[in-house]
Design a binder for this molecule. Sequence first.
Ligand SMILES: CC(C)(CO)[C@@H](O)C(=O)[O-]
Length: 381
Amino acid sequence: FHLRRVVPPNQVITLLHKSTGQAMVGRMQGGIVQVERDAFVSSANGFDHEMFEEPFRNERRSGGKSAERSDAPNIDTLFVTCKAHQTVGAISRLLPRLSRNSTIVLLQNGMGIHERLLEDVFRNPDQRPHFILATNTHGAFSKAPLRIVHTGVGEIQFGLVPQSREISYESGFRESGGEEGRLSDLVPEDPTIAPRYHSLRQTVAALLLMENLAVSWRPISEIQVALRRKLAVNSVINPLTALMNCRNGDVFNSTASLRILTRVCSEAYAGFAAEMQSETQLWLDEQARQGADPETLSVGRVPRGLTPDALEAECLRVADLTKGNVSSMLSDVRRGRPTEIHFMNGHLLRLGSRYRVEMPANAMLRNLIEMRSAIPLDQMF
Ligand SMILES: CC(C)(CO)[C@@H](O)C(=O)[O-]
């Protein structure tokens, strides 16, 4: 919706629907997407629609005729907003349409998805597309197919995953004291490799144009901190609301839930600290290999936003800000759908086993959510 409003009409935007039903309803409504914000409804049209249940079919708005997959156009930019556990499957199916010149924007809850994609889908570093990692604090829900209610205005921050030595994406930040990135940094000096960065530059430009969503480009190190903070929030609010069957605003109404909050946040901090220490050590080893004296290099501490107290305060703040919301995990449980627990508390548990940090509270929440998903909801005795 917001993208359609900022990119030229001749730029094709295709909505990849998860199910045929959604796509059909979308088409019956003329493919119009509506967004409700502060009781005002705005519409946008001019989308192509594809159905994901039928990956070999592709219907364009113009002809309305199905085409075989061989006709399906290449994808320059893919915005991924599906559930964390659906991502590898979804992107694997789109693989023939993606190339090293494409850009993938991961705009999801949870962590570990990018790593999973590199391990399972894009194993060859030379053939990897560009990746943009984004974190989103807007609140929205879908009232009906293609009718979205924007309940809480937040922001979107994104960062570019560094991946080549050809070009440094963050020179602008370095030269402006961390203030702003520069689109011109995404233009390589060597014109023969320019096509490789075309979609990345276009995507960053389009993201920055979406002023209604308060989008900002930040250094990737800042995005990693923001993603870790969001992960802690999701690892507390999501399982607790799903287990207690309550809205976000009711979850911290007892000292018992505050005790769980403290445990989960201190385990998350310990996992993040161990991971960052190991990343710093790898960096120091690399500098030493290149001839630097590690003793003379300054290394940062764990950022203040990731201390146990800061994580707890963030969970309380978000629960209050979204007090009327049904969390995404509670909504998944109510509908009998798989949850994203493996990319939330599950991600923390993977950090725990990699860096030998005990995570009993997170293990308990992960197990309880798995049990909740396995037991039918409507058991009356
Ligand atoms: C922050 C959050 C828990 C608010 O509902 C949201 O990320 C969700 O529902 O997953």
